[in-house]
Write a protein that binds this ligand. Structure first.
Ligand code: IPE
Ligand code: IPE
Ligand code: MG
Length: 252
């Protein structure tokens, strides 16, 4: 099913964002300020993920998307990259049963072909096992890049219509990595940087943006509530005027 596009139709608004997307940043600095190795920050970051998944389930957030490893993160020192891979694999091993028991459907999106085949298998197994869960869809973006996403979707759309030179948004949408979810309502970036870093470029077109200095390992349920409160105070106009929105609300 193709989800409504924020540049075509106005998605339904609700008090609790349906889809929260997060750039989990600041693990390294969290560790460095404590004279710990950066990997200690990443390990602590996994604990924060557990807490935020639980908090999202409790608040009725239906989709949570987390940026775990970007297509640019391969540029990090090889030891850090391999530790991150190991951590990802251990986290899957340890967390999937708990997630499954809590009704979480797990999706991992990105160019997974570059991962170790064992990790690829683990990912596939976790997705199959949790496929029918409906309480929360947790999407992990791994070796993901917004430009990669648009290009791979474009290539797939082109392959389904050989010879075509003109494509619409609707042709592209089903091939995007996040086709299983509506567009994010609320974007959060922890760690103080105010940039998108090649995250969901297409899907964030009309998302409300929230930045916090809190390092990801310190981001907890109360921090999430603060972000949601900020979201609830925004007026999402999708190109329209405030007066028009009042009319639309009256009519519905
Ligand atoms: C985010 O934390 C986690 C990943 C990118 C894997 P960082 O590792 O970027 O932490 P900082 O930004 O160096 O503090
Ligand atoms: C973005 O964080 C990617 C993830 C959180 C996985 P980075 O810390 O890698 O972002 P930049 O490169 O500093 O923008
Ligand atoms: Mg960072």
């Amino acid at each position: 099913m193709t989800r409504p596009s924020s540049t075509q139709d106005i998605p339904e608004a609700s008090l609790v964002p349906t889809h929260v997307a997060i750039i989990m940043d600041g693990n390294g600095r969290w560790a460095t300020t404590r004279y710990l190795p950066r990997v200690a920050g990443h390990a602590k970051g996994v604990e924060a993920v557990r807490g935020i998944v639980k908090a999202c389930v409790a608040r009725g957030v239906a989709y949570l998307t987390l940026f775990a490893f970007s297509s640019e993160n391969w540029r990090r020192p090889p030891e850090e990259v391999s530790l991150l891979m190991r951590l990802f694999s251990t986290a899957l091993e340890r967390e999937v049963s708990r997630m499954h028991a809590n009704g979480v459907r797990l999706r991992i999106v990105g160019d997974l072909s570059r991962f170790d085949p064992v990790l690829q298998q683990q990912i596939a197994d976790a997705e199959v096992r949790t496929a029918d869960n409906e309480r929360l869809t947790l999407t992990i973006c791994a070796n993901y890049g917004g430009r990669w996403d648009m290009l791979q979707a474009m290539n797939k759309a082109a392959a389904t219509r050989p010879g075509s030179t003109e494509f619409t948004e609707q042709d592209l949408a089903p091939h995007l990595a996040m086709a299983h979810a509506p567009e994010p309502d609320l974007f959060i970036r922890t760690g103080g940087e105010q940039r998108i870093s090649n995250f969901l470029l297409w899907q964030l077109a009309y998302t409300e943006l929230y930045f916090t200095d809190t390092y990801w390992p310190d981001f907890n349920a109360a921090s999430l509530d603060q972000a949601i409160l900020s979201y609830q105070q925004r007026e999402r106009r999708f190109g329209r005027t405030s007066a028009q929105l009042i009319e639309v609300r009256k009519a519905s």
